[in-house]
Design a protein. Structure first.
Lengths: 479, 221
């Protein structure tokens, strides 16, 4: 510790001793901060900090700035300079008060959507700098409560909602049973070795929306895919990534990779979730330490898989989706995932009346619910409703009645925006649309109820005959 | 005379020092960053691609080739004119090329004096535009510090003094020496300031090009 930091720590202790009723603020662990700053101070970070020419072009790219009447303090450059910029300038010797102020910026005023990184003439990855600032704050215990809790869950149980493995397996069994009544022969295989696809979900599905699990199973079964659920490594979300805890962020990714390698599957499939895709495909390999930066098994998003299924004619449709739809480009599926045209291809295969938002594709605006905002809970809701004004206006301008949203956080955010701004839209996932309009092959249509009774009666009669025959045989033998 | 002695010094030892610090500074900075990158910038090395580096760079070298630059078309035009003239005039000015010829026996082709004259005025006009923009746009003003204003003035200084000297406004000896002195200050400061974007622009643009392009097929323009 430097002399200054030591002095501050001593003062804090003195203050604590002097007035035992008031709790002295915990001194900042400068050593930890310096370690994080050093680890991230590569060539890129140095260049970014040095060559920002203060041109201000990033401002208009940011929905926070635009939604708040172009408040200059919400320009990405301002946010970065006054958080990570100051951290580096001070060589990590910052106060707790400063970090609490940073918290309001790096979590409350940024979703790390990376639109600014695209709009900067120098290609400064501003969003990534904000993410580094998050890691610094987190190391001192400064992080929104919602993310702290879920990160702790991941650390202790491997998934963000602390769902036990038995409960996970039970939920899958339950959904297999329920959906098996609609689709004959439907199964949810668990840990099937050598399967083509290993499907991973967002824990909110088994916890609150188990029908999502069932719908996915329906689609895969009808498409005739060789797939499996994993008993471990099934949570592909990564709220620790948003919290800035790199060590814990490694846990769900490693579990997923390990399971995929253990089972020998050909690909890991990510449910309709945005950041899970980014975590598994792009960030994960570096946390786990895989040279070359690629995941050990290819990672594909549901949007890709559904598109392939439809392209290959593995699912037939009764008819196309009849409502006027628009498509939400989730930041981590489109801009940071490269899948904007794949999503559109899928939309056009399923829907007749599609109108795009403006701007769209990789230039689409963040919905405001990403970067951890949704799990950050009620204390941050007002902020994301304000910043989401931009997304709300985009949706309203399309005149669509339905918004297709292949990301859980966007889903929740847009549902909330719908109420807040009275958009009069219904938010749907691809799974919902596909299961609604897909044809169930005849062989998979379960027999009708009267038919079932006849079948039961037949089986009953057969059993009586057999029993009768056995009795006779028994009598004959006995005698 | 004092002005002659100063001239000798500025075009002698001072010039040597300037060139060494300028070229050496940039070279060392680049080499050091490259070395650092081997350890801390794995994604850069893992996803290098000449195609995506080229695309990322060319869409920002050409004016209005990116969505972001089209959002502020006048500014973008001024930036383009400014940079072309800022680089072109010192390299292709007749007076400079005469000096190169004297010193090393070779020189670059020379612009007609009238062209160089107007180009210098263009640099100054664009510079004034940048200053006014910086003062008037809230999202730019809030980012601007005293050092940012200083650098703009420093970047313009050789052109102001050069134009004045060439057109013989003010005492010639003084104006000429000021021109050389301020140019040398600029060149010495350059490698260690944001003006180093002269070379680092290409490095940072290629980095984002790989990050979005090679990895995601995404455009960064």
């Amino acid at each position: 510790m430097t002399a200054e930091a030591q002095k501050a720590a001593d003062e804090a202790q003195e203050n604590a001793a002097a007035s035992p009723e008031t709790e002295a603020p915990k001194p900042v662990n400068v050593g930890k901060i310096k370690t994080i700053l050093a680890a991230n101070e590569g060539a890129r970070m140095r260049m970014w900090l040095s060559i920002c020419s203060r041109c201000g072009l990033c401002a208009e790219s940011c929905f926070f700035y635009l939604a708040k009447d172009k408040d200059p303090k919400l320009s990405p450059a301002y946010k970065a300079i006054h958080t990570i910029g100051k951290m580096y300038k001070a060589k990590g010797e910052v106060s707790r008060e400063f970090l609490e102020e940073c918290k309001e910026v790096v979590w409350g005023q940024c979703t790390a959507c990376r639109r600014c990184s695209m709009y900067c003439p120098f290609g400064i990855d501003i969003a990534t700098m904000i993410a580094t600032a998050r890691a610094v704050c987190y190391s001192q215990g400064i992080v929104p409560d919602g993310l702290a809790r879920t990160t702790e869950n991941i650390r202790t149980t491997g998934n963000q909602m602390a769902m036990a493995t038995e409960d996970w397996i039970e939920t899958c069994d339950w959904m297999a049973e329920e959906y098996g009544e609609e689709v004959h022969g439907l199964e949810i295989p668990m840990d099937k070795p050598g399967a083509d696809y290993m499907y991973t979900v967002n824990p909110r599905e088994p916890m609150y929306y188990p029908q999502d699990v069932g719908m996915a199973a329906e689609i895969f079964h009808i498409a005739g895919l060789n797939w499996t659920m994993p008993s471990t490594g099934w949570d592909s979300t990564n709220l620790a990534m948003f919290a800035g805890d790199r060590a814990v962020a490694t846990i769900p990714v490693k579990a997923m990779y390990d399971k995929a390698l253990e089972l020998g599957v050909k690909a890991i499939v990510i449910t309709e979730c945005g950041h899970a895709f980014r975590s598994a495909k792009f960030e994960g390999p570096y946390w786990v330490g895989i040279p070359g930066g690629e995941p050990p098994v290819p990672v594909i998003h549901s949007v890709e898989l559904f598109r392939n299924i439809m392209r290959e004619g593995k699912i037939k449709l009764k008819h196309k989706f009849k409502h006027k739809v628009t498509y939400q480009d989730p930041c981590n599926v489109s801009r940071n995932g490269g899948l904007w045209d794949v999503g559109r291809e899928l939309v056009n295969m399923l829907c007749d009346d599609f109108v795009d938002m403006t701007p769209n594709r990789e230039h689409n605006h963040c919905c405001g619910g990403g970067g951890g905002f949704i799990p950050m809970g009620p204390p941050y809701k007002k902020r994301r409703m304000e910043s989401g004004k931009i997304k709300a206006e985009q949706i309203r301008a399309t005149g669509a009645t339905h918004v297709i949203v292949p990301c859980h956080n966007c889903f929740d955010q847009i549902n909330d925006l719908n109420k807040e701004y009275d958009l009069k839209v219904k938010v749907v996932s691809f799974k919902e649309i596909i299961t609604e309009i897909m044809e169930i092959p005849e062989s998979m249509i379960p027999p009708e109820e009267d038919e079932q009774e006849d079948v039961l009666a037949e089986e009953e009669a057969k059993r009586e005959v057999e029993e009768g025959a056995m009795e006779e045989a028994g009598e004959v033998q006995e005698s | 005379m004092a002005m002659d002695k100063l001239y000798e010094f500025l075009t002698g030892p001072a010039l040597w020092i300037t060139v060494i610090i300028f070229a050496g500074g940039l070279a060392i900075r680049l080499a050091w960053l490259f070395g650092l990158s081997q350890e801390r910038d794995k994604p850069w090395h893992d996803f290098k691609s000449a195609v995506w580096a080229w695309r990322s760079i060319i869409h920002w070298v050409l004016p209005w080739a990116s969505v972001s630059s089209r959002n502020q078309p006048v500014f973008t035009g001024a930036v383009w004119v400014f940079h072309i003239c800022w680089i072109g005039v010192p390299l292709f000015l007749g007076a400079h090329n005469m000096l190169f010829e004297q010193a090393w026996g070779w020189s670059l082709p020379s612009l007609p004096d009238a062209v160089a004259d107007w180009a210098s005025l263009a640099v100054i006009a664009c510079g004034v535009f940048f200053l006014l923009r910086r003062l008037s746009r809230p999202e730019v003003r809030i980012l601007t510090s005293a050092w940012d204003y200083t650098l703009v003035l420093l970047a313009l200084a050789p052109f102001v003094t050069g134009w004045l000297a060439f057109n013989q406004y003010g005492p010639y000896g003084l104006m000429l020496n000021l021109h050389i002195f301020l140019s040398e200050v600029l060149l010495i400061v350059l490698p260690f300031s944001k003006l180093a974007h002269m070379v680092l622009f290409f490095a940072s643009r290629s980095a984002i090009g790989y990050e979005f392009g090679t990895r995601r097929g995404a455009r960064v323009w």
